[in-house]
Design a binder for this molecule. Structure first.
Ligand SMILES: Cc1cc2nc3c(=O)[nH]c(=O)nc-3n(C[C@H](O)[C@H](O)[C@H](O)COP(=O)(O)OP(=O)(O)OC[C@H]3O[C@@H](n4cnc5c(N)ncnc54)[C@H](O)[C@@H]3O)c2cc1C
Length: 577
């Protein structure tokens, strides 16, 4: 009954498929198109989506070198927070190219401004130039106009990647999609594919990502044979539980924090500090970076918050502010306060605000080389779904900058790859075999024991929030891995691809990706038996030099497999434009 998935074969072929319409995908599409190749730019939602254009955020910031003299200290800042888990060549490439990549924003229709004074980034020790852009609606209109005017870019919205298609050699030859407006599956032939599908916040119950960001690219790349790296290094920052769920929290406000209070009005920070002075000192340091880290002894704030948030049963923990916050003269604090007030009618220090640690961004992802190519020929990745560039912590403002710099590098590389590659069209049986494999059509379990896609995703999100959050330990991680394997046995994704209800079909795709990727994350977290950067193990609280190696996850013989990649700390001075 479920033998053949009906898939339309599109006649039109492309040099480069770019999947994802956040900052990385848009950059990659323009750059490849400007290099003269034919590009299809695809998103499962709309143009200018994902974390890059997160609706409950005021602005996005991008950190850049002030000039050539600033390059050395910028690199020192990156290396210091990366704790040897980064790729120095790629970091140097960023530093050399970020200024020209910011100028290119205008070409894509994104107007930007520069903060009047250099700013210290999260985890940095030197102030650098900070660029920012805002007003997503206006940006979307202007980017759309530029795309429509570009002879080499075709845009397909509401089109969801469901599988990567490969030749028998393993090389990429296209991808398969679900199209919402026609409710059909389509296979598109292309010489190369750039994944720019963002991070994996959707794996977590509480995350600061839009719902379209749930690790599809990483999960599908892993299944296709690519490796993932640095999955244990993720960013968790406080987010609003109420009065507005998922509103972005700005760490600068912690300069005025007077405590975190549970439902019995106990300040939960007190248990970690012997005096108000000690607590104030920690909060001052914690106010310098958004994400949790083990690197600077400010983690008590996040651990106290997490512990109390778990006990609050999702009601969050009250954060109180001194009234002086409303008089802070710094532009990024002042702008945040007025944005909260004007957009959500929230006044810090007056309204009751409850927070919890939210998943914010991934530092790891699809392992790429110095051309942004994954371990699969013809498959490139950039933006948050790419891994190995950043380290255990990431310098603030470098995620958006990486979308610009490595979106460009991925585009140049994919265009060059396409120019030396011929179109390869899969036979119908090859196509069906690959789809069957991706969605486990050989699964055998009595239907009365199956769980629905929604139940699977809910369960995964809950496990990830409880056990793969700022605090992790071996027995919890073993439990998560065991639970996910059990859930996998209770889920038969293939049959849902035939559902006439679109919501069921989409939920099934989401559940299958969630199972694949969450197990990979839990494996990486359980392998690293130390604490480093954003990865904290309560059973191994110290950083251990013996763990100066990077964890790589792949699938071998149908099973997740972990191996190590050495740290790369050579000076790659050839990382030029
Ligand atoms: C609240 C918040 C604030 C942040 N602030 C900053 C900041 O100030 N500075 C900074 O440097 N970084 C910041 N970051 C991080 C940064 O925004 C992200 O890392 C970056 O924007 C990711 O961009 P991207 O293009 O890789 O992915 P995204 O912008 O997330 O885009 C992903 C795209 O892929 C599409 N997609 C996903 N799955 C599929 C599929 N199966 N098929 C087709 N399309 C798919 C999505 O619809 C979307 O279009 C912030 C992140 C968050 C969440």
């Amino acid at each position: 009954m479920y033998d053949v998935l009906p898939v339309k074969r599109k006649k039109e072929t492309f040099d480069v498929l770019v999947i994802g319409c956040g900052l990385a995908g848009i950059t990659a599409a323009f750059r490849a198109a400007d290099a003269g190749v034919r590009v299809l730019l695809i998103t499962k939602t709309q143009l200018c989506s994902g974390s890059s254009f997160y609706g409950l955020m005021d602005t996005i910031h991008c950190q850049a070198t002030i000039d050539e003299n600033d390059e050395t200290v910028f690199l020192e800042d990156i290396l210091a927070c990366s704790a040897r888990m980064n790729d120095t060549w790629m970091n140097q490439y960023y530093i050399r190219n970020i200024r020209s990549c910011i100028s290119y924003l205008k070409r894509m229709g994104i107007a930007f401004e520069k903060l009047p004074e250099p700013k210290l980034p999260c985890f940095g020790t030197h102030a650098h130039d900070l660029y920012f852009w805002k007003d997503w609606k206006q940006i979307r209109t202007s980017v759309r106009a530029r795309i429509e005017a570009h002879p080499n870019i075709t845009l397909a919205e509401d089109t969801e990647l469901i599988a990567l298609l490969q030749q028998s050699s393993g090389a990429i030859c296209g991808a398969c999609f679900y199209r919402k407006n026609t409710r059909t599956y389509e296979a598109i032939t292309a010489k190369s594919v750039i994944l720019a599908t963002g991070g994996f916040g959707g794996l977590y119950k509480h995350n600061l990502n839009s719902p379209d960001v749930c690790g599809d690219g990483q999960a599908l790349a892993l299944k296709a044979g690519a490796s993932l790296i640095n999955l244990e290094f993720n960013q968790f920052i406080p987010g609003f539980i109420s009065p507005g769920y998922k509103i972005v929290f700005r760490e600068g406000s912690l300069d005025y924090c007077s405590g975190l209070f549970d439902s019995s009005q106990t300040n939960v920070l007190r248990q970690y500090f012997s005096s108000d002075e000690e607590m104030g000192h920690c909060l001052k340091k914690r106010a310098l970076h958004g994400p949790f880290t083990t690197a600077d002894k400010t983690g008590e704030f996040d651990l106290a918050l997490f512990d109390a948030a778990l006990k609050s049963c999702d009601n969050g923990v009250e954060i109180c502010y001194r009234p002086e916050i409303l008089l802070d003269p710094r532009s990024y604090v002042r702008d945040y306060i007025s944005w909260l007030h004007e957009t959500f009618d929230i006044t810090l220090s007056k309204d009751t605000i409850k927070i919890a640690p939210f998943f914010h961004a991934a530092n790891g992802g699809i392992f790429v080389d110095h051309t942004c190519q994954s371990t699969i020929p013809g498959l490139f990745a950039c933006g948050e779904c790419a891994g190995g560039i950043h380290g255990a912590d990431r310098l603030g403002g470098n995620a958006s900058g990486s979308c610009l710099v490595f979106g460009t590098l991925a585009a140049i590389s994919a265009a060059a790859y396409a120019s030396q590659t011929s179109i390869y069209s899969l036979s119908e049986s090859e196509l069906q075999t690959q789809l069957h494999r991706t969605y486990r059509s050989d699964h055998t379990i009595a239907s009365e024991n199956l769980l629905s896609p929604e139940a699977i995703t809910l369960k995964v999100k809950d496990l990830m929030w409880k056990y793969c959050n700022v605090q992790r330990n071996q027995s919890d991680l073993d439990f998560v891995r065991q639970e996910i394997q059990t859930l996998r046995q209770k889920f038969f994704p293939w049959k849902y691809l035939f559902s006439s209800q679109e919501s069921v079909l989409k939920a099934a795709l989401c559940a299958e990706h969630a199972l694949t990727l969450s197990e990979a994350l839990a494996l990486a977290m359980s392998q690293r038996k130390e604490s480093r950067g954003g990865h904290y193990r309560s059973d191994f609280p110290l950083t251990d030099p013996a763990w100066e190696k990077r964890i790589v996850i792949s699938i071998q013989n149908g099973t997740l497999h972990s191996s190590f990649s050495p740290c790369m700390d050579r000076d790659f001075s050839d990382a030029v434009d």
